[in-house]
Design a protein around this ligand. Structure first.
Ligand SMILES: *Cc1c(COP(=O)(O)O)cnc(C)c1O
Length: 386
């Protein structure tokens, strides 16, 4: 089976991991700070806090921004559930903004209209979490302007978008947001096995997230609260945190993978460009590229534009399966998940998201996808749509 995505692990990656396995520290050693520095340098951002998943990063990002009971968080209707669950972990409520029909990201028109409405009802969100779906950056400058007008904070869920550029700058620079989060799950652009990172230009946010990552414990004497002089404690818990730490084993894999990030992204873009060219003329819509930005193409979604009986999304999906190709749907609108429906969300909450969900399939795209495999995908689609 040709999957829709998979990791690319080199001998150099394996050697790097072996070095750490033979070293003094498997966790809480020097490699996590090295990985943080590598990512923050790449993004041109001041601080980075590496954790065990992007889900954890989203959670501590929400907490650091003060999200709690009684607060409201908004995210895009089309995303992975973690973009919304992070708000629920903090006891906040969550709502969804419909997507843009062209970019598939949160629609700025819908966002603005919803904000105007929410202001009237005194139900403005504390935090908005735009998602750079498939790697395509959201128009962050406009979202930032709305944040100034309506007073919300911004977390970019860039789980798909390390290596993407917005107006010539790397996603993760946080020019228009408080915090940006990346995922290093094996299916994403680079991997640490499991892992994530939160980056920010705000020292206080970085400190707070660092504290929450590791039990709320400090161990340097400047941060400890004063105690009798004869005590010989070497750490104190000053907040309620978690064990969300990344291990040095994971971090060194990340350091090694970062060396090939540009190469990975270039290969993904080449695959996307070939799909763009060779799927012309079929009854599908290929992804639309925002001006002034480039996508790292974590995903390549096609939209099936033939709704007649024989050419449903299901028909295309099964046709690809029969040829040994595993397409996938990214994603069912989050509010259509049973857990969210039980909270009272109704089907049809976001009409554009519903349509996207019914039409879209993610085609295989990953650095190790060979030209021959891609040819097979393209030819299979030509036959399915003939
Ligand atoms: C993968 C993903 C996450 C969660 O990442 P993990 O590292 O697996 O926790 C969050 N948001 C989006 C949009 C994702 O695709």
């Amino acid at each position: 089976m040709i999957p829709y995505g998979r990791q690319d692990i080199s001998q150099e990656d394996i050697d790097a991991v072996t070095t750490v396995l033979k070293s003094d520290y498997l966790t809480q050693g020097p490699t996590v700070p090295l990985f943080e520095k590598t990512v923050s340098n790449y993004c041109g951002v001041k601080y980075a806090v590496a954790v065990n998943s992007a889900t954890s990063a989203l959670h501590i990002a929400c907490l650091a921004l003060g999200v709690g009971k009684g607060d409201i968080v908004w995210t895009s209707a089309i995303t992975f559930v973690a973009s919304a669950n992070c708000a629920l972990y903090c006891g906040a409520t969550v709502d969804f903004v419909d997507i843009d029909a062209r970019t598939y990201n949160m629609s700025l028109d819908c966002l603005e209209a919803k904000l105007i409405d929410a202001e009237k009802n005194a139900k403005l969100p504390k935090v908005v979490i735009p998602v750079h779906l498939c790697g395509q950056p959201c128009d962050m400058e406009k979202i930032y302007q709305l944040s100034l007008r309506f007073g919300f904070k911004i977390i970019e869920d860039a789980s798909h978008a390390i290596g993407s550029k917005y107006k010539g700058e790397p996603v993760g620079k946080c020019t228009y947001s408080d915090i940006t989060v990346f995922s290093f799950h094996p299916v994403k652009i680079i991997t640490t096995g499991e892992g994530g990172i939160a980056v920010t230009n705000d020292e206080q946010l970085a400190k707070h997230m660092g504290l929450l990552r590791s039990h709320g414990i400090v161990n340097n004497k400047y941060e400890m609260q004063s105690r009798p002089a004869n005590e010989i404690w070497n750490y104190q818990q000053i907040d309620l945190g978690f064990n969300y730490r990344m291990s040095d084993i994971q971090a060194i894999l990340g350091v090694s993978q970062m060396k090939r990030l540009n190469e990975f992204v270039a290969r993904r873009q080449a695959i996307a460009n070939r799909y763009d060219r060779e799927l012309q003329g079929l009854y599908i819509t290929t992804p639309w590229q925002l001006e002034d930005s480039t996508s790292a193409y974590h995903l390549y979604p096609i939209r099936n534009k033939n709704h007649s009986q024989g050419s449903s999304q299901r028909h295309v999906y099964l046709g690809l399966q029969a040829n040994g190709i595993n397409a996938n749907i990214h994603y069912i609108p989050v509010y259509r998940q049973p857990y969210y429906e039980a909270m009272g969300f109704n089907p049809g909450h976001c009409p554009e998201a519903e349509l996207y969900y019914r039409e879209t399939l993610s085609l295989p795209i990953y650095p190790k996808l060979s030209d021959e495999e891609q040819t097979k995908v393209i030819e299979s689609l030509r036959i399915i749509y003939s």
